[in-house]
Write a protein that binds this ligand. Structure first.
Ligand code: ADP
Ligand code: ZN
Ligand code: ZN
Length: 700
C-alpha cells in the first residue's frame, strides 16, 4: 500500500506551483506532521495537509511519478486542525499561498534540524505540566472598574474591547483574566500580544513576576533562532502557559489556547507591511472564534474598526459584534494630564519651542522631574539645500529627499538607504553655503542643549538631555540601556520619535510635548488623523503616571502641543481626553465618504521599471476584472502613483478596490488571482517587477 501526501511547502512567490505539492510515502502520518520533502534540487520543510491511500490505478500512473517524502519529524506532535484552519484562512483571506503562511509561522530553525536532532531537542525541553507547579502570586485588589470589567469578561463570550484610559490598569486586567483562567483550568494556555518588541521586556517581567518564570515564554523577531525554537516548542508541547509576543505570535501553535489578549489593539504594527500583509489583530479574533478562546482587545484609543464593531445597540441598529468594557479612570488619584495648546501662529517667526514651553520644562528640570519631547522625524534635518541655486538633497534613486545626519555628516535616504558624505559645497553650483532646512530629533536635541545650557538640576549639576530614536538605538541592547537610564532618573529631558510615546511606564515624567504634530492633520491618508490622535493620547499617557510621585512633588502632569491649528476638532477632543467624541466625528466622516469601517478595501500594487508600465499592468488588471464573480459589487479606481512614487529606482503604482460587501470583495480577489498571474506573462505585464494584493490596507 502506498500513500499520497499533500504537503504545504514554501514555493517561490508567484510560481505556477499550486498551494500544496503531492508526494508519495510507504507509511501514513497524521495531517499536521512536519516532513522533509524534495523540491527542485533542495530538500525543504513542509506541513502535511492531507493524507490519502492511493487508488490502484494511481499506483501505476500517478504515484510512481511522485517523489517520495524524505522523512517525517514525527517526534513532534502534529500541528492541530485548528492551527491548519487558521493558516488556510489567512492564506485565502490575504491572497497568499498556504505554504508561505504555514512555513513563515514556524520557527526558522526547524528547517535545519534533522529528525534525530529534533528528537534530542525535545528531550531537553521541559516535560508538559512541570511549569504549572509554581502557584501564581496574587495581584493588587482590583479597582471597582477593573472588577466590573473582569466580571463581564467572565460572564460573556466576547470578543471584548477593553476601552481603558492609559494607566487605568488594563495590563492588570489581562493578568487577572489569565490568573482566573489558569485557576479554573491549570493546563490552559493564553496568548498575549503587544505591538512592539521593545514593549515585551516590561510586560514579560510583569507576567513572570505573577506566574513564575517557567510559565511564560516570548515570541518575537528580536530573539535568536534557538530562543525562538525553544519558545515555540514550549508553546506547541503545552509546557508554556502564557505566550507573549508580537504579531507573528498569532500563528503560534497552542494546543490548549483559551484566551487571546491583543494589547494596544489599534497599533499599526499589528499589520504586516511586507510579504503576506496580514492583520494579527483581525486573525486573533478569527482564531478565538475558531478555537473557542476568549478574545480581549485593549486600548485607550481603539481602532475605529473595533470601536464601531463594539458599538452598543441603538434604535434599529443591533449594535456591533464586540462587547465594550470601559475603564475611564486612572489608577490612584492621578488625573490625566492637562492638555495645553500653543498657537504657533502667534509665536515669533521660526520658533521651534515656544518660550512658555521652555519655561515649563526648565521649572521641571529644576525640581528634578523629567520631561519628554517628541518629534516624528529622525536625523538632523529632513533636507539640505543650497541658498544660491535650487539644489536640494534629493535621493538619486527615490522620489524623496535624503536626510541630513550631522553626527556622521551623512546624507541618508530613509527609503532606500543610499548614504553619502555631506558635500563640502553645492554639487550644482559650488556654493559652499549649503544649509539644513527643517528639523529632526538630532537637531532638536542640539537646540535644547543650547537653550538649557544654564539650567540646573536640584543638586546644581547641569541638565541632562538624551535622545531615543531609530538612530540612537541601532546597536543591540542600546534601547534597553537608554530606557533604563530614563527609568533611573539619569535623564531630565528626553527627545525622541514615536518610539518613546508608546507603552513605557515612566514614573517621573510629568511633562510631555509634541513639537510639531501638524503634518498629519491634512494628510491625503484618511487614517492619518486616527493615528495622530492615538499617538498624542498615548504620549499624554506617559505623563504623570505615578500619583504618589506627583503629589510628593507638588506637581501636575501636562501635555503640550505646538500647533498652527489650535481650533482643530482633533485637538479639541484631545484637550478633553475625549476619544469617543473624536471617534464619533471621524466615523461620521467615514460613513459619509463610504470608507472603512463602512466599506472594505484592497490595493493591487505593482512595481515596474517605469510608471507607465506599472499603471498599464494595473489598468489591464482592472479591465480583466470586469465580469468576474463579485465584480459588480466592487468599485475599481484607476491606477495612481504610490505616495512615494519611486524607491530604489523602482516605480510604484497602485489601484484601489472598494466594496460595501467584504464577501464580494473576497470573491473578486479569489477569482482575480489566476487572471493576475496570467496577465504577468502578457504584453501588459512587461516591465513589471512584482505585484501584490494588500487586503484591508493600512495606508493608501
Ligand atoms: P494600563 O495598562 O492601562 O496603562 P497598568 O495596568 O500598567 O495600566 O496600570 C497602571 C499602574 O497602576 C501600574 O503601575 C499598575 O501596577 C498599577 N495598578 C493597576 N491596577 C492596580 C490596582 N488594582 N491596584 C493598585 N495598583 C494598580
Ligand atoms: Zn547651489
Ligand atoms: Zn533613496
Amino acid at each position: 500500500m502506498n500513500w499520497r501526501f499533500d504537503v504545504a511547502v514554501q514555493t517561490p512567490a508567484h510560481s505556477a506551483l499550486g498551494d500544496v505539492l503531492s508526494y508519495a510515502s510507504p507509511q501514513p502520518v497524521a495531517p499536521g506532521t512536519l516532513v522533509r520533502v524534495p523540491l527542485g534540487r533542495r530538500e525543504v520543510l513542509g506541513v502535511v495537509w492531507s493524507v490519502q491511500p492511493s487508488s490502484p490505478d494511481e499506483d501505476v500512473a500517478g504515484l510512481t511519478a511522485l517523489k517520495p517524502v524524505a522523512g517525517a519529524l514525527d517526534a513532534l506532535a502534529p500541528l492541530s486542525e485548528s492551527w491548519r484552519d487558521l493558516v488556510a484562512f489567512a492564506a485565502r483571506y490575504y491572497q497568499r499561498s498556504l505554504g508561505e503562511i504555514a512555513l513563515a509561522a514556524l520557527p526558522p530553525q526547524l528547517r535545519e534540524l534533522s529528525a534525530v536532532q529534533l528528537a534530542r531537542r525535545l528531550k531537553r525541553q521541559a516535560a508538559p505540566g512541570t511549569a504549572a507547579t509554581e502557584a501564581p502570586r496574587g495581584g493588587p485588589p482590583p479597582s471597582a472598574e477593573q472588577a466590573q470589567a473582569l466580571a463581564r469578561f467572565e460572564a460573556e463570550a466576547g470578543p471584548f474591547l477593553l476601552f481603558g484610559s492609559t494607566g487605568s490598569g488594563k495590563t492588570e486586567v489581562y493578568l487577572q483574566a489569565v490568573a482566573a483562567l489558569l485557576e479554573r483550568e491549570p493546563g490552559a494556555q493564553a496568548l498575549v500580544m503587544v505591538p512592539e518588541i521593545n514593549l515585551t521586556p516590561q510586560l514579560e517581567a510583569r507576567f513572570k513576576d505573577r506566574f513564575g518564570t517557567a510559565a511564560v515564554v516570548s515570541l518575537h523577531s528580536g530573539m535568536t533562532n534557538p530562543q525562538r525554537l525553544a519558545s515555540w516548542l514550549a508553546a506547541h508541547g503545552g509546557a508554556a502557559r502564557i505566550v507573549l509576543g508580537t504579531r507573528m505570535a498569532v500563528f503560534a501553535s497552542l494546543p490548549s489556547l483559551r484566551l487571546i489578549v491583543v494589547d494596544e489593539e489599534h497599533d499599526p504594527s499589528y499589520k504586516q507591511q511586507e510579504g503576506a500583509r496580514y492583520s494579527a489583530r483581525d486573525l486573533a479574533v478569527w482564531r478565538g472564534r475558531r478555537e473557542g478562546a476568549k478574545v480581549l482587545l485593549g486600548s485607550a484609543t481603539p481602532s475605529l474598526e473595533s470601536w464601531h464593531q463594539s458599538r452598543p445597540a441603538e434604535g434599529k441598529d443591533a449594535g456591533g459584534r464586540y462587547l465594550r468594557l470601559e475603564m475611564p479612570t486612572r489608577i490612584g488619584t492621578a488625573a490625566l494630564p492637562a492638555v495645553r495648546l500653543v498657537d504657533m501662529g502667534r509665536q515669533p517667526p521660526r520658533t521651534v519651542l515656544s518660550a512658555a514651553l521652555l519655561e515649563a520644562i526648565g521649572q521641571r528640570v529644576a525640581r528634578g522631574e523629567q520631561s519628554m519631547i517628541f518629534l516624528n522625524r529622525r536625523g538632523y534635518a529632513p533636507v539640505l539645500a543650497c541658498g544660491d541655486c535650487d539644489w536640494k538633497s534629493e535621493c538619486p534613486h527615490c522620489s524623496a529627499y535624503r536626510v541630513f545626519h550631522k553626527i556622521d555628516r551623512t546624507l541618508r535616504c530613509h527609503h532606500c538607504g543610499f548614504t553619502e558624505r555631506v558635500p563640502r559645497a553645492c554639487p550644482a553650483c559650488g556654493n559652499p553655503d549649503i544649509a539644513p532646512v527643517g528639523r529632526g530629533t538630532e537637531r532638536l536635541e542640539e537646540h535644547l542643549g543650547e537653550l538649557f545650557a544654564d539650567v540646573q538640576r536640584p543638586d546644581g549639576s547641569p541638565v541632562r538631555i538624551a535622545r531615543i530614536d531609530a538612530d540612537s538605538t541601532r546597536r543591540q541592547g542600546a534601547l534597553e540601556s537608554q530606557l533604563a537610564a530614563v527609568h533611573a532618573g539619569e535623564v531630565d529631558v528626553l527627545v525622541g520619535t514615536q518610539m518613546i510615546a508608546k507603552g513605557h511606564d515612566f514614573r517621573r515624567i510629568t511633562l510631555v510635548a509634541a513639537a510639531n504634530p501638524d503634518g498629519a492633520l491634512f494628510s491625503s491618508d484618511f487614517r492619518a488623523p486616527e493615528r495622530l490622535f492615538s499617538l498624542l493620547m498615548q504620549s499624554a499617557g506617559r505623563a504623570g503616571r505615578d500619583a504618589a510621585y506627583l503629589s510628593a512633588q507638588g506637581s501636575t502632569a501636562e501635555m503640550w502641543i505646538q500647533t498652527h491649528h489650535p481650533q482643530h476638532a482633533l485637538f479639541e477632543a484631545l484637550r478633553r481626553h475625549d476619544y469617543p467624541a473624536f471617534a464619533r466625528r471621524e466615523l461620521q466622516e467615514r460613513a459619509a465618504a463610504g470608507m472603512p469601517p463602512f466599506a472594505f478595501q484592497a490595493l493591487l500594487r505593482a512595481d515596474a521599471r517605469t510608471q507607465e508600465a506599472a499603471q498599464a499592468f494595473l489598468n489591464a488588471a482592472s479591465a480583466a476584472a470586469q465580469g468576474l464573480e463579485g465584480a459588480d459589487l466592487v468599485t475599481r479606481y484607476p491606477a495612481v502613483p504610490h505616495a512615494i512614487q519611486r524607491v530604489a529606482n523602482v516605480e510604484r503604482a497602485q489601484l484601489l478596490l472598494e466594496s460595501a460587501s467584504r464577501a464580494a470583495l473576497q470573491r473578486l480577489l479569489a477569482a482575480w488571482q489566476p487572471v493576475l498571474h496570467g496577465l504577468r506573462r502578457e504584453p501588459e505585464g512587461k516591465g513589471v517587477i512584482r505585484w501584490l494584493v494588500d487586503v484591508d490596507p493600512h495606508s493608501i
